[in-house]
Design a protein around this ligand. Structure first.
Ligand code: C2E
Ligand code: MG
Ligand code: MG
Length: 427
């Protein structure tokens, strides 16, 4: 049993959130280097389901005891939410790296102990840290620590992150993506660029890839590297992919009506699209209605489509192929999939990733592997394309490996529709 003095002292060191903020601000003045740490316990809900809420409460109390009372550097702490705590710690003159390493070890030893005690529910912690300067508003500091913690994302292991201005810039950028994207969809302002695919042997273009963009509130183009993961995570990527396909189908329809020769245009689809029940029916209805031949539409899927739910994914890809669409496996060599899995994919085309190609063509062993891979894929009737080709020398090595179709800045960058039509679509 704790005696009265201990209870009083404990309350002082672990007050309500409001008191914590008020007292914390004053305490910072007397500290050498004030470090605020936001700590989140992952999986509490699951833990409660397995062990019951009473044990869950004990777990939280253990966490408070460990980080607040057993941690000699902790000056004051509070609970900011049911499974979050905030602690203000003396950081002396340690560097950010030293603080990260110290608290990483400190948190992991709590997790190891807890997971031994409760082996049926694996829990972990995210820790976000920031330095609190003497004149800083405590609410801003709290926000910074939270930003750092949230930057950790979906890691299943215990992890620590430190706040920086760059991190804030990135998370602000990320937060603005969804509203900017929704606005672009509502205003019909999704931009589709086309990059030609070129046959070295035939010396002409044999297809193109549609790549999307939209603008932020200042009118700057947002890169797919930024927006694709955000739209995938929010499960709204299907809106973008449907819109890109709609524009591509419109183009092909117009070219067909003008009597121009059609060639396949590929549209990137995300694995999330395939898991959306009605997506395939919707895109098929769109193409069907336009009257264009289905084999001028190619769907590109990155290798990561094959990571989970393989049976469902293969059956959806088969359904697209059976309807007459072309299928391409994108970014081959950038992930890690076994050739055995690739053999089951009903694809027409395999696109070698720039990184893989560059690495392969710099040494004899790489070249031999690539040459044999190209041969193997051709034998199982895949067309092989190399992406991201920038120089004549790269092209020569690629052609020597037996790959004929090339996409890259050497021929052209992704172009807007007007420029693409002027250069490549014969009347
Ligand atoms: P990806 O499908 O592999 O597209 C090729 C990327 O390589 C494009 O980047 C293209 O601009 C770039 N690239 C082309 N030639 C060269 C070159 O010679 N050198 C180098 N270094 N890069 C080259 P982008 O447009 O930024 O797109 C990045 C990725 O974003 C795409 O990779 C694709 O996975 C995804 N993406 C783009 N648009 C869409 C879309 O509408 N829907 C979906 N689901 N994904 C998209
Ligand atoms: Mg692609
Ligand atoms: Mg690619």
């Amino acid at each position: 049993m704790k005696n009265e003095l201990e209870i009083k002292n404990n309350k002082k060191k672990f007050p309500s959130l409001d008191k914590f903020k008020r007292k914390g601000k004053k305490l910072v003045d007397d500290m050498q280097q004030a470090v605020l740490i936001s700590i989140n316990l992952r999986n509490l809900k699951y833990f409660n389901e397995i062990y019951g809420t009473k044990e869950g409460d004990t777990l939280i109390q253990n966490m408070v005891d460990y980080f607040c009372y057993d941690n000699e550097n902790c000056i004051i702490g509070t609970k900011s939410y049911v499974d979050h705590i905030l602690i203000l710690c003396e950081g002396y003159n340690y560097s950010k790296e030293e603080l990260i390493s110290y608290y990483d070890d400190f948190a992991k030893s709590f997790i190891d102990k807890t997971n031994k005690e409760y082996p049926r529910a694996k829990i972990s912690l995210d820790l976000g840290m920031c330095i609190v300067s003497k004149d800083e508003d405590f609410i801003v500091a709290q926000d910074n620590a939270r930003y750092a913690r949230r930057s950790i994302g979906n890691s299943y292991d215990t992890a620590v992150a430190f706040y920086s201005e760059e991190l804030r810039k990135k998370s602000l950028e990320k937060a603005s993506i969804i509203p900017n994207f929704q606005k672009a969809i509502d205003d019909d302002a999704i931009i589709v660029l086309l990059q030609p695919k070129y046959s070295v042997e035939e010396n002409c273009i044999v297809g193109a890839e549609a790549l999307s963009r939209f603008r932020d509130e200042e009118g700057n183009i947002v890169s797919p590297a930024l927006f694709i993961p955000v739209l995938e995570e929010a499960s709204i990527i299907y809106q973008l992919d449907y819109e890109v396909l709609r524009q591509v189908v419109d183009m092909q329809k117009r070219w067909m009506e003008d009597g121009r020769k059609l060639f396949p245009i590929s549209v990137n689809l995300s694995r999330v699209d395939l898991l959306e029940e009605t997506f395939i029916d919707k895109i098929d209805a769109l193409v069907e209605e336009s009257g264009i031949p289905k084999n001028v539409i190619e769907f590109e899927f990155t290798e990561t489509v094959l990571v989970e739910n393989l049976t469902t994914v293969i059956s959806k890809l088969n359904s697209l192929k059976d309807k007459g669409y072309r299928i391409a496996i994108d970014d081959f060599g950038s992930g890690y999939n076994s050739l055995y899995v690739l053999g089951q994919i009903p694809a027409n085309v395999i696109k070698f990733d720039r990184g893989f190609v560059l690495h392969s063509i710099t040494n004899e062993v790489g070249l031999t592997i690539m040459k044999n891979l190209v041969e193997t894929f051709k034998e199982i009737e895949f067309e092989v394309l190399c992406e991201g080709v920038e120089t004549k020398e790269e092209e020569k090595n690629i052609v020597d490996c037996g790959c004929d179709v090339i996409q890259g800045y050497l021929y052209d960058k992704p172009l807007d529709l007007k420029d693409f039509e002027e250069k490549y679509v014969a009347c």
